[in-house]
Write a protein that binds this ligand. Structure first.
Ligand code: F58
Length: 886
């Protein structure tokens, strides 16, 4: 079998000058390949006595001697107001006080952060790197105060300075560096790793503009840029850590001094990655890290001095603009590939900087390369970072001179891949002509990897040409494409789905041929989890306190299965009353938000029925609003007495549609048009209200989730990989109405069938139904037909607007089975009504919901990743330092 020419390590003379592809590491005169351009000076050079002196100096510094009494906290806030923000007490706005407070809190975090990271550096454990294009972190201040047990003291401190802590917390802008579930999962996992003292870093991109801000005008979604860095953001720390990343260029074959030919990827087109670190508060003094890369022009590069000297200023800065542009905006697509060259460049920029950084850290310890998989685990958060696979292979072979097979062995023992979707439109593919242009050397490597892989498949299954076509990393389409998911599977030692059903579909459908080739062990399930700290402890203080009081301590937060101890209280009337009083208070809080945000008054005693998530056809917000129209029509036909027997409902929607996703945007318009009619119908009065909450984001979710009576997770079976908001609602005592899909299934298994309203087609029936529809057409459900008639009759305004939406049910073949599931959905909604009237039975179920959610902690998920995939032992690391506490 032909292998690419092995690349030998070059012997590198100790010279302080630039060599081909090699840059001198300024601070320690160490020769480092071009892939590791200068970073900060290392401590390794300092003699021990100086190191000790630094340690002592730090212990004497104000940072290490921070007091946590109220007066000291006030002093620290006042200090930052003056020293960090250059303001005095004569010029105070809430936002400035928030910033001073954030600085004060960040000081405390920094100490934990330095101690944790220094310990990792000293102990050199195996480290995990979570590569994710998205981290949807949400606000930091409240989270940090709670993690360090300082909220009460700060509350008092700011009160003494004339402010309410709640008002100040509202000043913080959400860093919206993600689209939805995948990005939020990354944030929950970082939170869990920090809480568990697991040496895991996140790597991602520092987009200048996060996910667009959404407003609603005349019922339509309107997008605006999310300029989240417009104001100073106290939760990120720029580092003097920089790597150059190159694009385009060509691959040349050159001889080294031993007469061996080797490949060089050369290009003048370089962009510099600079690091920003974001601390992740853990527990007991642990603090994790997310390193986000921002793009800049390379040093002395990108500025065309000749053009400048000739007075051609535009031209002189053209490539500077290019460099800054690279990380300027997050692509706003949810479960749909954008396919733009800039996106490909973002992906490579991100993985190249991250891999360079990790390689640099590994080399510090001067271990042999064979040790790399024992010191490094990369987790690919979906396919977006998959280029890290050929990138590491390139560095090992072209730059470090390892033999191809040795390098590949290292690569495949280092990477693991998480798949988050089975939807075909979300599976990343890149046309070869784009890849060849942007990343010529990677394209060669991918061709070689594919060739060797196909040769092995051929050995195992001789003569099966169809199979080779099906598993090839290169798709023989026009144009030819690189199938990134296949590259991720071939380059990883483990592939996992994110819920039991999803992982089953991953093996049976998406990667069936691969599971036959590799065997089933490579494909595992790790069901998603959520951070109990953010989604219960922080978001629902009332419930938190009741649980803590009932269970006798806060230990349940770190050991979530303890929630099961609430189950015996489910039928206790007094406990039920306390429980439901908290739910009611949370509903009142949301009611105020709805009033302020939408100018709509709703009754907190009504049944709050919530669906908040990205707008997507497969998530079927359309089914929900069609159900609302049906309810409206039924209510109108009822006598006033009969109407009063139906519990009043407030149906709440929230979620952004990708700007180019016309059908999803039409659903938003329909929801708002229905709201206009229903909310102003005097016959309906408070029996039904419809709310669309604009600009749904993490901090809004924290207000919405604790206030639900019922929430809807009604994707077509087999389409929602897991869902995580379902977990958030249930842990807060909200019941769910859902399909037999994603993590709904495991939630049912944990909390019991009686405590969840499931309905609809099962995943294994979907294909047959679609098949039948193709041949016999869609026979619309009769109630649904009347609902569509009402829309088309103009009951909700200009009907023609909605034609493309209605066509998805009729001409479109009802791909998402809305008609098929409509009747079952309506019946289940009636069951919800009936139960809501039985207050005690509802309360008992609500308590049982929370009690059964122990399994869904992100700590459990991360524990499983650690033991089953990364092989890192989180307990082997000792306890670290302890934090300041109040
Ligand atoms: C989501 N995927 C799944 N993708 O849809 C959801 O079921 C699952 O619970 C969650 O991941 C976590 O596993 C998702 O959010 C994206 O947003 C991608 C962002 C980048 C472009 C393609 C979609």
């Amino acid at each position: 079998m032909t292998r690419p020419t092995p690349q030998r390590r070059l012997s590198m003379p100790k010279l302080t000058r630039r060599l081909t592809n090699i840059v001198i590491h300024d601070d320690d005169l160490e020769l480092v390949p071009a892939s590791t351009v200068p970073s900060t000076p290392t401590h390794e050079k300092l003699q021990d006595e100086y190191l000790d002196q630094w340690g002592k100096a730090l212990e004497q510094s104000p940072l290490a001697n921070q007091q946590t009494d109220v007066a000291s906290l006030q002093a620290s806030i006042a200090y930052h107001m003056n020293a960090s923000l250059f303001r005095t007490q004569h010029n105070l706005e809430k936002v400035a006080v928030y910033q001073a407070l954030a600085h004060s809190m960040a000081d405390k975090l920094l100490l934990d952060w330095n101690r944790t990271q220094q310990r990792y550096r000293k102990d050199n454990p195996k480290r995990v790197y979570y590569l994710s294009m998205e981290f949807l972190l949400g606000r930091a201040l409240d989270n940090a105060m709670l993690a360090l047990h300082m909220k009460t003291a700060y509350q008092e401190a700011v009160q003494g300075l004339g402010f309410r802590l709640e008002d100040l917390l509202e000043q913080e802008r959400d860093p919206a560096l993600g689209n939805g579930g995948l990005g939020r999962l990354a944030a929950c996992y970082m939170d869990a790793a920090a809480a568990l003292d697991l040496p895991m870093w996140g790597y991602g991109l520092r987009y200048q503009y996060g996910l667009f801000r959404q407003s609603v005008q005349q019922g339509f979604q309107v997008e605006a840029p999310d300029d989240w860095l417009m104001r100073h953001h106290p939760w990120e720390f720029p580092r003097d850590i920089k790597y150059d990343v190159q694009f385009y260029g060509y691959v040349a074959t050159k001889m080294n001094d031993k007469g061996e030919s080797r490949l060089f990827w050369e290009s003048d087109h370089k962009i510099r990655a600079v690091a920003y670190d974001v601390p992740v508060p853990g527990k007991d003094g642990f603090c994790g890290n997310i390193r986000l890369w921002a793009s800049q022009p390379p040093h002395h590069g990108g500025f065309d001095l000749d053009a400048f000297n000739q007075g051609n200023y535009d031209q002189s800065i053209a490539s500077l603009k290019d460099a800054f542009l690279l990380t300027s905006v997050l692509y706003p697509n949810d479960n749909h590939q954008a396919g733009k060259e800039l996106r490909l460049k973002q992906e490579y920029f991100f993985v190249s900087a991250s891999v360079q950084d990790v390689v640099h850290r590994f080399k510090r310890y001067r271990c042999p390369w064979s040790e790399f998989p024992n010191k490094v685990a990369f987790q690919l958060n979906d396919t977006h970072p998959t280029l890290a696979i050929p990138e590491l292979q390139r560095i090992l072979v072209d730059v470090e001179g390892l033999a191809w097979d040795d390098a590949w062995d290292i690569v495949t023992r280092t990477f693991a891949f998480t798949n988050h979707t089975v939807l075909p439109e979300a599976l990343e593919k890149w046309p070869i002509y784009v890849m060849e242009k942007v990343l010529p050397r990677h394209m060669q490597i991918i061709y070689d990897l594919n060739l060797f892989f196909l040769q092995k498949v051929e050995e195992k299954f001789p003569g099966d040409r169809d199979l080779l076509n099906r598993v090839s990393i290169i798709e023989e389409a026009s144009p030819q494409q690189v199938r990134m998911a296949f590259l991720a599977v071939v380059g990883s030692h483990s592939v996992n789905g994110v819920a039991a059903l999803h992982s089953e579909l991953v093996v049976k459908e998406l990667f069936n041929d691969f599971s036959l080739y590799y065997g089933k062990d490579k494909f595992i399930n790790i069901t998603n989890g959520i951070s109990p700290r953010r989604w219960l402890y922080q978001a629902n203080p009332g419930l938190r306190d009741l649980i803590t009081h009932t269970l006798g301590s806060e230990d349940w937060v770190a050991d979530l299965p303890q929630l099961q101890k609430l189950a015996p209280f489910a039928d206790n009337l007094e406990f039920q009353q306390q429980w439901m009083a908290i739910k009611y208070a949370n509903k009142v809080r949301l009611t105020q938000w709805i009033r302020d945000d939408c100018g709509l008054t709703v009754d907190p005693r009504a049944l709050f029925d919530i669906q908040v998530k990205r707008m997507h056809e497969y998530k079927r917000q359309f089914l929900n609003i069609l159900g609302v129209i049906h309810r409206y029509r039924v209510l109108l036909q009822m006598s006033p007495e009969a109407r009063r027997r139906v519990p009043p409902r407030v149906v709440i929607f929230g979620g952004k549609a990708a700007p180019g996703y016309a059908i999803a945007k039409l659903v938003i318009k329909l929801i708002n048009s229905v709201a206009d009619v229903v909310n102003n119908d005097p016959v309906i009065d408070d029996h039904l209200k419809v709310v669309y909450l604009p600009d749904y984001n993490v901090s809004l979710a924290e207000k919405i989730v604790p206030a639900s009576d019922i929430s809807q997770h009604i994707s077509t079976a087999g389409t929602e990989a897991s869902g995580t908001s379902n977990m958030k609602f249930v842990i807060n005592g909200g019941l769910i109405l859902g399909t037999v899909d994603g993590a709904n299934i495991e939630i049912r298994d944990e909390i019991g069938e009686d405590n969840i309203f499931l309905f609809g087609t099962l995943a294994d029936q979907v294909a047959d139904i679609r098949h039948a529809q193709k041949y016999h057409g869609v026979l619309l459900d009769a109630n649904l037909q009347s609902v569509l008639d009402a829309i088309q009759a103009g009951v909700f305004g200009d009907a023609s607007i909605f034609n493309p939406l209605i066509d998805t049910l009729t001409y479109g073949g009802d791909f998402y089975l809305i008609s098929e599931d409509f009747d079952a959905y309506i019946k289940r909604q009636n069951d919800v009504d009936a139960l809501f009237l039985q207050k005690a039975a509802w309360a008992a179920k609500s308590i049982r919901c929370t009690a059964g959610m122990g399994f869904f902690s992100s700590d459990r998920s991360i524990g499983q990743y650690a033991s089953r995939i990364w092989k890192v032992d989180k307990t082997a690391l000792g306890n670290g330092s302890t934090s300041t506490a109040d």
